[in-house]
Design a protein around this ligand. Structure first.
Ligand code: NCD
Ligand code: ZN
Length: 354
């Protein structure tokens, strides 16, 4: 049966890059228009490594939320080999720090200060396990000998699984999972592991950026893989299984930085993620699972309450127009083009309508 309207709990975004300065001012309203809360990535330059920096960054984000929007940034610290355990613990206890992000050094945008020797961070991870603070991992090895399409699978074997064996109580989110290997690992990994899945990895495979010309606006890390992996991601996201939830990994870069001989990684989806996802879930005959993926499974893993607000999705005959790009920093940021028309829009449901 085809439906043209449904209502769900207001969604959250469990993996988001808001940047800083002018970019922060330009993009925060896109997230706050669509999401109640977001896990904010700490890969600024310099990275957010202390609770004081996370608090100051949270204040800068709050000052960019448009009037009338409600949005709660959930802050993360960038894990280094020198992370101060006492500071991290104080940040967690005061409620400022919601999670810690592990970037293998050199794995992605602004990850130079990340971890080189994983043994060095084990004492920090042990403390995090004791206080229940989740570790969010960028799950790719950086070994130049490992093919870029295999880096997630190799990370699981070489880094993630050994860490989880050494620190069994540690709660881990495999961020932006892109492979069958990742989905299987999370699936069979018990209650302490979950995964975020991005909007774009549900829609594109590696042809999107490689076939028929190089298309930098579909280039992100981890790179989109073969079609068979995309299908497994779609099955996981639409399954309703509680350990898979939405993290858009929306990552704005000016066009100049992407359309270059060495273009940087990141896809910007904050504006149209939910519209894209409604279409994906409808195509999979799984609109009834969108709420679990976008609004329920994330808070359940993080031990946070589910949002009280609701949003109603309605399907229009005419496609919805989104800007192809928007201006920022004397340049533009290109918005993700899913390659199909978007017919689902959403709006808040007011209390007196529920
Ligand atoms: C992210 C960015 O630009 O900060 N890029 C990306 O391709 N996803 C970093 C990241 O999450 O890997
Ligand atoms: Zn990211």
């Amino acid at each position: 049966m085809s439906i043209d309207q449904f209502t769900i709990t207001r969604p959250d975004d469990w993996h988001l890059h808001l940047r800083d300065g002018e970019m922060l001012a330009a993009v925060t309203g896109h997230s706050s228009a669509n999401f109640e809360r977001a896990i904010i990535m700490p890969n600024l330059v310099p990275p957010v490594v202390t609770t004081a920096q996370a608090t100051a960054y949270r204040d800068r984000i709050m000052s960019c939320i448009p009037d009338g929007h409600r949005f709660e940034p959930l802050m993360t610290l960038y894990l280094t080999e020198n992370t101060d355990i006492a500071d991290l613990e104080a940040g967690a206890h005061s409620g400022v720090v919601s999670a810690v992000k592990l970037y293998p050094a050199g794995a992605t945008t602004n990850s130079q200060s990340g971890v080189r020797n994983f043994d060095k961070v084990i004492p920090i991870l042990e403390r995090m396990a004791e206080i229940g603070l989740p570790l969010l991992v960028h799950g790719e090895v950086t070994d130049p000998e490992v093919d870029i399409f295999d880096r997630e699978a190799v990370f699981i074997d070489r880094v993630l699984d050994p860490i989880r064996r050494k620190v069994p109580g540690l709660r881990v989110v495999m961020e932006h999972v892109t492979t069958t290997n990742g989905v299987d690992y999370v699936q069979s990994g018990g209650d302490t592991i979950a995964a975020t899945i991005t909007t774009h990895h549900l829609i594109i495979n590696r042809n999107a950026y490689l076939a028929g010309g190089i298309r930098p606006h579909y280039y992100c890390l981890p790179v989109a893989k073969r079609e068979e992996h995309r299908l497994v991601l779609r099955a996981a996201a639409t399954s309703g299984r509680s350990r898979f939830f939405l993290g858009t990994d929306s990552a704005p870069h000016p066009n100049d930085a992407k359309e270059a001989a060495c273009g940087c990684a990141g896809i910007y989806t904050s504006i149209n993620s939910l519209n894209c996802l409604a279409q994906v879930f409808e195509d999979e005959d799984a609109l009834d699972q969108l709420e679990a993926f976008a609004s329920l499974n994330g808070p359940s893993f993080y031990g946070l309450p589910v949002n009280r607000g609701k949003v109603r999705f309605t399907k229009s005959a005419e496609p919805i127009a989104f800007p192809k790009q928007f201006a920022v920093q004397n340049d533009h940021v290109t918005v993700f083009d899913p390659g199909f028309p978007l017919h689902w829009r959403h709006q808040p449901v007011h209390d007196n309508e529920v």
